[in-house]
Design a protein around this ligand. Sequence first.
Ligand code: AHR
Length: 515
Amino acid sequence: MIKANVLVDRDFAIGDTDPRLFGAFIEHLGRCVYEGIYEPGHPKADKRGFRQDVLELVRELAPTIMRYPGGNFVSGYNWEDGVGPAKDRPRRLDLAWMTTEPNTFGTNEFIDWCKAASIEPMLAVNLGTRGADAARNLVEYCNHPGGTAWSDLRRKHGWKDPHGVKFWCLGNEMDGPWQMEAKTATEYGRVAVEAAKMMRWIDPSIELAACGSSGRNMPTFGQWEDTVLDHCFDQVEYISLHTYLNDYAKDTPAFLASPDLMDSFIEEVVAIADAVAAKRRSRKRIMLSFDEWNVWYRTRRNRKERVKEGWPVAPPILEEIYTMKDALAFGGMCISLLNHCDRVRVACLAQLVNVIAPIMTETGGAAWRQTIFHPFAQWSRHGRGRVLRARVSVPGYAARYFDPRGPVDQYFPVDEAPWLKMAAVADAAGGLNLFLLNRHLKQELSVDLRARGFGGLAVAGAETMRHDNLEATNSAKSPNRVAPKALAGVRVDGDRVRAVLPAASWSVVRLAAQA
Ligand code: AHR
């Protein structure tokens, strides 16, 4: 058995989580919108076509903010195509995914869906094939009360009150050659700052995120952030980050170590953003919007494969079926985000339904939870509060993580991945919630934690997720094959907490202040 000693102190905090840390993402991609959240004619759809069974699962998942409409899709999107009477909306070729976009769901339907789900909307503007002019018009359409052509058009379309969208992404992954009208950092920095300026002139209350590099593995990474922020520093509040972890190498220990590379990525982007601030002698701090994160590798496709399918509407693409092992790496990502909550203020799980998603649906049929659903739901429900700086004393291991999209060396070393990866969150009621990943595949891990400053604690709940088969998945027929179960044997004595974590497990221990 591996032993971990942990010390947390109520007064030693990393920061308070922003509610927007627990977001997700809906793109016009595959069956995410069509046959995912929106399926007119489905027995469980309401009169707007919103699937109520999916909405119920979304409420259980509890994302707080939803990014839309892309993703790669947004770089070719004419937002005007998606508003007005549905029968008049054009069908268009979508060059991001080589499909046909029917445009029967658009911005107004998205806003209504967010209202139905009690989720804050986040909109991305097209800075690929469009630019600052289309972006500012969309802000006017959405947020201006009335009395102008665009705002009156919204009213004519049936939405009298402004949508009041606060959070806007300035394009998507603009350094990616796969993007429609990809840009150099200077080209993007210029268009982003001008778009930001005009969007904010229309609605000074909005918050803006500039595109960071599409990944840490991009040759552009680093220089891109530096140049873009040199242009946009005064006009944006956030820079974006994207990460998809993989296990192409079938090296489970390296896969489970790879969330630690997300920690490095975050710290590197913080360093670059703060260096830009330092050059300007500015005390402003650019925050991070991790607006795409997940595990994704089995269903990646290149354009040649996509084009063979002949421009289908809502094809079942990127329908990654997640395993127990994926849920462990995913849980590690949740922990990384919590432990950087002072700078990562916003994050979006990519995506929500069917497309690399926690929720799956059958067209005309059932909806169910994938393995990754569970860590997200626990994290979103119990991860809100003050994240404490945990001192974890535990042995670890070295790993080499393979990323085929890496610029030079396709292996990224993790020098020492502690067997226990964890986060500790103090809640407003004096309780403490622990998120615990035992990365050892064979051995249990005993945690002995001292919660200094908490006085008496009592177990309010303890759950663990593990499976004898790390490749186990959920499906429409077996929707609960991989799910959290009670974690027995958690003991609390004053401010000491002891628990034994099964090998290769994700656990959440909730401790309440004793009355
Ligand atoms: O989430 C799937 C895709 O991954 C998004 O469209 C894109 O932004 C990223 O490359």
